[in-house]
Write a protein of this length. Structure first.
Length: 458
C-alpha cells in the first residue's frame, strides 16, 4: 500500500526526524497510553532508556531534549522552537517535569534518562523504552518504541505505524511496476494517481491546502536559512554559510554578472544548505522524507519555481505528489532510516524523490519519471551515515547540496531518453535494501565509523 504524502512530508523540528521527532512522538504517546490505562495520576517518576543509534548519537541529535519536550506534552508540528529551550531549562534547573502539562514529577536527567550505547533492542537500531514508576518504586507501565525513520514510530507489538495499511486507497500499489501499470490502465499521471489516493482520506480542497502548507513550510525554512547568520550549535562552532552564499548571488545578480553555467546550480546548493543549516539549528523543517535529507526536495522545487516561468501551484502539487508516490515505495520495500540502511535511505531516497518530481513537472512521461527516480538512487547506493560528533552537520549539510544537484542531473538525463532503461526502480530499491543489510553498523548513524572517527573534534 502507498503512504500518504502527509505522512512522508511532516512539518516538525530539527535536527533529526528519527532521533528528534520520533522520540518526541513516542514520549507523548507513552503518557497518552498511561492516561488511557488509568495509571497516569499515580506516576511519581518516569525513566527513559535509549538504545542503539539513539544512545550513540542521541545527544548530538537532541534526542534527550526531544524526549523531555514529548513528556511535557509537545508535538513536533506545533512545538514553538523559540520557547522550547525554556522548557528544557526549567526541567534541568528544577529537576522536575510537568507531564503533559498536568502532573509534576521528579526528573533528574542523569538518573532518569539512561543511554545504553552498547545495547540494542531486536527490531530496529532506534529504540527507546519508557517506564512509569509509582511513589513506592513499583512499575506502573512500561513500553518500548522504535523510531523507524521520517518521524514514524511503532510500538513494541506493532508491525506498522498506527493507522498505516488500514486506508482503502483507490489505487493501492506496492511496487513501481504496479504503480506504472495502474497509471497506464487508467490514463493517469503518477501525480494524478497519488491525488486520487489522497482524496480517499480527505476532500480534494483539503489535499490541495495541505500541499500548500507543506510547500509554504519548505519555503519559509529556505528563507530563514538564507537570512540567518552566526554559528551552528555544537563543538564545531561551524559558521552558517547560506547567508554569505546568498548575498554573493544577489550581488552578482545586481551587477548582471551570473557565473556562467554554474549560476543556477549555485542557487540550488545555497537553497539546500539554507534548509539543512536550519535543521541543524533545531529550526522548523519538513521531513522530506527525513530531516537529515530535508534540504534536497525544497531546493529542487525552489529551483524549478525560480527558473521555470510555467511553475504554478498545480505543478508544485504534482511535484510533491509524484515525489511522495516514489518515497512510499522506499518506505514500504526498503527503509528511509539512516540507522537502518545508511544515508542512502535518507539523502539517496530524497534525491530519487526529487528527481521524479522534477521530471514530472518538466513534462516527463511516467516511464521517464520512474527512470529519473531510479537514476537518483542508483548513484547513491552504498552512501553511509557517518555524522561527525553525532551531529547533523558534517557531512550532512553539504551532502544535501550535492544530492539536490544530482537530482536535477538525474531528471535531465531521464528526460533526454524515451523512458526505456535497463535497471528498474523496483530493482534499485531492492538493491538499496540489500546494501543496507550488508552495511556494517558503524556506518549506520552510530558515529563509530567513516568521517565520524577520522575527523577530530576540536
Amino acid at each position: 500500500m502507498p503512504v500518504s504524502a502527509f505522512d512522508l512530508f511532516k512539518i516538525g523540528i530539527g535536527p533529526s526526524s528519527s532521533h528528534t521527532m520520533g522520540p518526541m512522538v513516542a514520549a507523548r504517546r507513552f503518557l497518552t497510553e498511561a492516561a488511557s490505562t488509568g495509571v497516569f495520576d499515580e506516576i511519581a517518576e518516569v525513566a527513559v532508556d535509549l538504545y542503539g543509534s539513539l544512545a550513540l548519537t542521541g545527544r548530538g541529535h537532541s534526542t534527550d531534549v526531544a524526549v523531555l519536550l514529548g513528556l511535557a506534552g509537545e508535538v513536533p508540528d506545533k512545538v514553538d522552537v523559540d520557547t522550547a529551550p525554556a522548557i528544557i531549562d526549567m526541567v534541568r534547573c528544577n529537576n522536575s517535569l510537568n507531564l503533559l502539562g498536568r502532573r509534576e514529577v521528579a526528573f533528574v536527567e542523569a538518573r532518569h534518562m539512561r543511554f545504553h550505547a552498547r545495547q540494542s533492542l531486536p527490531r530496529h537500531p532506534n529504540a527507546l523504552r519508557f517506564t512509569a514508576l509509582a511513589a513506592t518504586g513499583a512499575s506502573l507501565l512500561q513500553r518500548a518504541y522504535y523510531s523507524i525513520g521520517g518521524g514514524f514510530v511503532i510500538g513494541e507489538d506493532e508491525e506498522l505505524p498506527a493507522g498505516e495499511g488500514e486506508i482503502p486507497f483507490r489505487f493501492p500499489f506496492g511496487s513501481a511496476e504496479e504503480m506504472l501499470a495502474l497509471a497506464a490502465a487508467n490514463g493517469m499521471t503518477i501525480a494524478e494517481l497519488a491525488f486520487a489516493n489522497e482524496v480517499v482520506i480527505r476532500p480534494p480542497d483539503e489535499v490541495r491546502a495541505g500541499l500548500d502548507r507543506i510547500w509554504g513550510a519548505m519555503r519559509s525554512c529556505i528563507e530563514r536559512g538564507l537570512q540567518s547568520q552566526g554559528e551552528l550549535p555544537g563543538p564545531f562552532r561551524m559558521r552558517r554559510r547560506a547567508y554569505g552564499l546568498h548575498q554573493r548571488l544577489l550581488a552578482e545578480q545586481g551587477r548582471n554578472k551570473p557565473d556562467g553555467p554554474l549560476h543556477e546550480l549555485n542557487w540550488v546548493t545555497t537553497f539546500a544548505i539554507a534548509v539543512n543549516e536550519e535543521n541543524a539549528a533545531g529550526g522548523r523543517v519538513v521531513t522530506a522524507p527525513t530531516n537529515g535529507a530535508a534540504g534536497i526536495i525544497p531546493a529542487v522545487l525552489e529551483y524549478y519555481r525560480r527558473f521555470y516561468p510555467e511553475a504554478d501551484n498545480r505543478r508544485i502539487h504534482d511535484f510533491l505528489l509524484t515525489a511522495a508516490a516514489v518515497g512510499s515505495l522506499y518506505k514500504k520495500n526498503a527503509s528511509i532510516s539512516g540507522a537502518e540502511v545508511g544515508c542512502q535511505g535518507e539523502v539517496g531516497v530524497a534525491c530519487s524523490m526529487a528527481a521524479a518530481g522534477l521530471a514530472a513537472v518538466l513534462g516527463g512521461s511516467n516511464d521517464q519519471i520512474e527512470n529519473a527516480a531510479e537514476i537518483g538512487m542508483e548513484h547513491s547506493l552504498g552512501l553511509t551515515c557517518d555524522p561527525v560528533g553525532g551531529l547533523v552537520q558534517i557531512p550532512c549539510i553539504e551532502r544535501n547540496a550535492i544530492g539536490a544537484a544530482k537530482a536535477i542531473a538525474a531528471a535531465q538525463l531521464a528526460l533526454s531518453g524515451d523512458g526505456r532503461h535497463y535497471v528498474s526502480l523496483d530493482r534499485v530499491i531492492e538493491t538499496m535494501r540489500q546494501t543496507g543489510a550488508d552495511m556494517q553498523s558503524k556506518y549506520k548513524e552510530t558515529a563509530l565509523g567513516g568521517l565520524a572517527v577520522n575527523v577530530t573534534l576540536c
